[in-house]
Write a protein that binds this ligand. Structure first.
Ligand code: SF4
Length: 280
């Protein structure tokens, strides 16, 4: 496949194809024009820059003697779970515990927990913020329009949902405000839930992690919540020993078409990082 053909296919999958075709239209939208002009070239030639490691629970953890070691079987209902217990769980145990979790206030308004979906041995892990209305209803992350765009992003990368990809969120229950609208999870909700994701990452052992949006990035990298996504892009971060790339959340991209081209550049960096990985 020629570079030009491959690039065109990528942009089409990212939803940029039709926008490119509008360049000569009589009344193009401002965002469309920006997206066209900013469309990136083929896979960036820049070398990934590695920044400081981030402490995390990625490594297999050994529970201390001071912590309860009860690990539930799938049929048990568990409502209080220590971090050390979580770090020992297999997939079945972890799913069971998450399904019954009441460790933060988000449990009160959920329809169901949204555990994650995909290949449990995936090389690619995509992490979002938390379930929205559709996800809460269906029990799967990234459904609806944002999920469709994420699937298109997968297509642009030669990936497919469920095949060598796993999708999860920082929190497993839908955060809503007083008006029942979606909102980002609060710091204490992230703190209550992040151990589940950390265990998922330890079980999956992905080659590359892609953080979709600010909440995913700052939660995994333990950064100042005021850090804008724009400052995190274009760099290969580290979650423990794993490379982590930051890009925009698909829901944001649906509202900000001009930034799709930046997301494309992020995906190119992720693909380059994957290709350079010895475990790819
Ligand atoms: S968001 Fe996480 S910690 Fe909070 S109740 Fe749901 S599963 Fe438990």
């Amino acid at each position: 496949m020629s570079n030009q053909y491959r690039r065109t296919a990528f942009l089409h999958e990212m939803g940029l194809g039709p926008i490119w075709s509008q360049r000569g239209a009589a009344t193009p939208q401002a965002d469309t024009e920006i997206a066209m002009d900013a469309a990136p070239a083929d896979v960036p030639a820049r070398q990934p820059t590695v920044v400081a490691d981030t402490a995390s629970a990625w490594a297999e953890q050994t529970p201390t003697a001071a912590v309860s070691m009860h690990v539930p079987v799938a049929s048990e209902v568990v409502t209080i779970t220590s971090l050390a217990d979580i770090a020992c769980m297999d997939w079945t145990q972890l799913k069971s515990v998450v399904a019954g979790c009441t460790q933060c206030g988000l449990c009160k308004n959920r329809t169901q927990t949204v555990f994650g979906v995909g290949d449990q041995k995936a090389k690619w892990l995509f992490v979002g913020e938390g379930p929205g209305r559709n996800e809460d209803f269906q029990g799967e992350p990234f459904v609806g329009p944002a999920g469709k765009l994420l699937d298109n992003m997968f297509g642009a990368m030669g990936l497919k949902r469920g095949e060598n990809t796993y999708i999860a969120n920082i929190v497993k229950c839908r955060p809503t405000d007083a008006s029942k609208h979606d909102r980002p999870p609060a710091a204490e909700e992230v703190a209550a839930c992040i151990s589940y994701l950390e265990r998922q990452i330890a079980l999956i052992k992905p080659t590359v992690i892609v953080a979709l949006g600010k909440t995913a990035a700052i939660s995994l990298l333990k950064l100042d919540p005021a850090t804008p996504v724009g400052k995190l892009r274009g760099t290969v971060h580290r979650y423990a020993d794993l490379p982590l790339i930051v890009t925009y959340h698909p829901a944001y991209l649906l509202r900000n078409l001009k930034d799709k081209s930046k997301a494309w550049a992020d995906l190119c960096l992720a693909m380059q990082t994957y290709a350079d990985s010895p475990s790819a």
